[in-house]
Design a protein around this ligand. Structure first.
Ligand SMILES: [Zn+2]
Length: 312
């Protein structure tokens, strides 16, 4: 399925650029200050490190690890590359702290995407149409840092989801498939069951952040519950299932089932109608007999009267 929202760097999907650092400050290096190993975002968490490289967890994003409104990812991109998107944006703010940045609203949504360590930016309030240049990756002479793009969403949604899946789960009404068996929880985050691998639920709404994960209220065929947005699930076009992956009873199934019941009842009613008709014809026959008997009775009564008269 085509991604709904795509960020491009010189026309190439941002998801195809190497990642330097994750949301919580994880990065890979020969030493803490480099050289770095930079896998693609989709491979980053499970990357097999080349010999001599180690995992570090206290990058500059470490300070954001408990902030639900900061989930930045650093992409390794050389300066001069132009950022465009396949959606319209409005520039909400601009500042130069820690390297110039702009905050942009995806028009028609609540999403606020921030592009950081950029320059040649548009004015605050400007609307940039899909496909038009938004800004440019800034050189070290502007930022004082090795050139890279720090991209984030500043209202609490996962920029990772946007880049990998082309959408945030929230309010999309999209279906989400479990890539592994996952716990499902109640609104207090207490585990109340498991969603089997390959089961599919429908996203109702964003709930809240807990333990670093975004939780969503979701509906499986047989249960409403709360589910963490992790690498163990992804947006899908597959239909909703029960928690165990089985097909839920849908309205259509119910209609078919009831239709069969009606058919069965109709055939019973039909048999009974035939019986009633038989009884009715018997009753009619009996009526005719009764009429005959009544006539005989009348006849004999009259005959009796005649005989009575003759005796006199
Ligand atoms: Zn960064």
């Amino acid at each position: 399925m085509a991604k709904k929202y795509v960020v491009y760097i010189d026309g190439k999907d941002l998801a195809t650029f190497p990642v330097v650092q994750t949301e919580s400050g994880v990065y890979y290096g020969k030493t803490a200050s480099g050289p770095y190993y930079k896998p693609l975002l989709k491979d980053f968490d499970d990357a097999t490190l080349p010999t001599g490289y180690k995992k570090y967890t206290r990058g500059s994003h470490y300070e954001h690890r408990n902030n639900p409104k900061r989930n930045p990812i650093d992409f390794s991109i050389i300066s001069g590359k132009v950022i465009t998107t396949n959606f319209d944006i409005k520039v909400i703010s601009y500042a130069t702290s820690r390297g110039p940045w702009i905050k942009c609203n995806i028009i028609g949504t609540p999403y606020m995407v921030a592009f950081v360590h950029i320059y040649r930016q548009p004015k605050i309030g400007a609307t940039i149409k899909a496909g038009s240049p938004i800004c440019t990756i800034a050189p070290k002479s502007v930022t004082g840092l090795a050139t890279h793009l720090h991209i984030d969403e500043w209202t609490g949604f996962s920029i990772r989801k946007l880049i990998l899946d082309g959408d945030f789960m929230l309010n999309t009404g999209k279906n989400v498939e479990m890539l592994e068996t996952m716990n499902v929880r109640n609104s207090s985050f207490k585990i109340i069951g498991t969603a089997r691998k390959s089961s599919v639920c429908s996203v109702r709404s964003y709930y809240k952040k807990n333990n670093g994960f975004d939780y969503y209220k979701v509906a499986f065929g047989d249960r409403e519950c709360y589910l963490a947005d992790t690498n163990f699930n992804k947006v899908t076009t597959k239909p909703v299932t029960n928690l165990d992956g089985s097909k839920p009873d849908t309205c259509e199934d119910k209609v078919i089932e009831l239709g069969k019941e009606i058919e069965a009842l109709e055939s019973i009613v039909g048999t009974q109608k035939i019986k009633i008709a038989q009884w009715e014809s018997q009753v009619l026959g009996m009526d005719a007999e009764n009429e005959k008997l009544r006539k005989y009775e009348e006849y004999y009564l009259d005959l009796g009267k005649v005989l009575e008269v003759k005796k006199v």
